[in-house]
Design a protein around this ligand. Sequence first.
Ligand code: SF4
Length: 575
Amino acid sequence: MTDPETLSVTIVDGYVDEPAHFGVPPYISTYPRYAAGALVDAGVPRDQITYHTIDRLRDQPDYWRDVDEADLMIYLGGMTVPGKYVGGTPAEPEEVRKLAWTANGTSLMGGPVKFGVGEENAGATETERQDLDFDFVAKGDVEAAVHDLVDSGLEGFNNRMRDLDEVSRWAQEGAFIVEQHPNHPTHLICELETSRGCAYRCSFCTEPLYGNPEFRPPPTVVGEVDALSDYGVKHFRIGRQADILAYGGDGEAPNPDALRQLYSGIREVAPDLETLHLDNMNPITIVNWPERSREGIRIIAEHNTPGDTAAFGLESADPVVQEENNLNVTAEECFEAVRIVNEAAGWRPGEDPADAPTFGDGAPRRLPKLLPGINLLHGLKGEREETYERNRAFLQRVYDEGYMLRRINIRQVMAFDGTDMSDTGAEIANDHKQLFKRYKKRVREEIDNPMLERVAPPGTVLPDVHLEYHQDGTTFGRQLGTYPLLVGVPGERELGRTIDVAVVDHGYRSVTGVPYPLDLNAASMNELTAIPGIGDSTAGDIVVNRPYESIADADLGTAFDLSQFVTTRSLESAD
Ligand code: SF4
């Protein structure tokens, strides 16, 4: 029997991406936090719990020692939706196997990896469950397995789900682990869980495997935010649920009072938070309960931070595909939900919410508070050529009728055991690969690009863009938040820093920006020419005629209003 007081534990985070739960950096999912809390609850001292991300193990191989020497090594991971990530690279199956081989102590694997492992983390693949040579695989909740395994002296555990009391306790007790994340404190966003499970049963989705939704009461989520704030977290996303609007209700209908308690409670315990975003809103909730939904959406927009996205799982605008896959919302209903979110929350800081949705010349240069995003999934049962045209036409209609979408996510299906799609597998997705490629390109060019210009026109200020990598002489970065815009800034700037940026141009899904405000006495040629209306010769004149005492001092010879981008800093600092 191993005494918990003497136990050393290493948690390795291989990252998760589930339909309603994200944990690739800069995000930290709930799994490592809950697992750490379960360990503490079972009697393991905090200072004997070590946490590493898979990227840290790759970058600093010395840390493998912690995997090797721990009495208990816990691997957390699993991708049940495909994706490409900037902030980290999820563990590949071979790496996970290596963890099991390296660990000298007891090894336990858990998280959505229990749903299956593919050849690679990609769309159009099939998966099967594997133990990857671990001693134990948690087939229920990994945090419950962690607790019970330690409680049994590392002998074993029964696969079970944790209850609400446990999760509330573990969420708070495990908050300390965030301090060991490489991105802590400034560049870390905590995914928060308000419920698991779903009232609906879409063919491809792993969320119903958690059963019907069970909500964490507001005080428990608020208490967790309070604890995380005490450990320096300033960025939060309420992303671990299938439908934020259903929070605290009967499982389907909205309960605005519960939303108010949740959001105002969070603001009270974390008054200095810098990001409060959400993920996942079910459009069918909005259509079925429009007035209660409007109220709920208004409450969210009052308390969140700008640039928030309510991702709608339309998945397909084709009625044949909807029927065959048990999808719950039609294109018409989804359009209605898009309209309501635009009207209730598509306002920008500094303007009257009643004016929403706003864009164009008169709109404040900030991102709207909350806009819908659309998820489309290809390779589903019944998909035909016409499906692609129907999806494209749906998106075009949203644009043509004057509404905004913050993001369009187009993917191919992954088929998981236990879901209805497992019989069909990736066959349709593979047959339609060429069609998919052409259509995706068309959507990017014809819809994403003009939509992005509507949402974030030139001059839009994006505060606190974190600079992440260089490519071809440009520095790329993103704000912390839900589906943040990728921002390219001319020149190679120091990475790891955070700057305010003003948008100057658009790609399909990314924007070009210059530091805001841009100092006319210090800006580079690249930065100056990135501003609309400033060509090479004007930029050259600006540089040659420095320094300036004021913007008016510089004869810019352009009709474009530069005051939204530039300033002049003290002359001593000018070059
Ligand atoms: S509505 Fe469908 S896609 Fe969304 S979580 Fe529920 S089952 Fe999954």
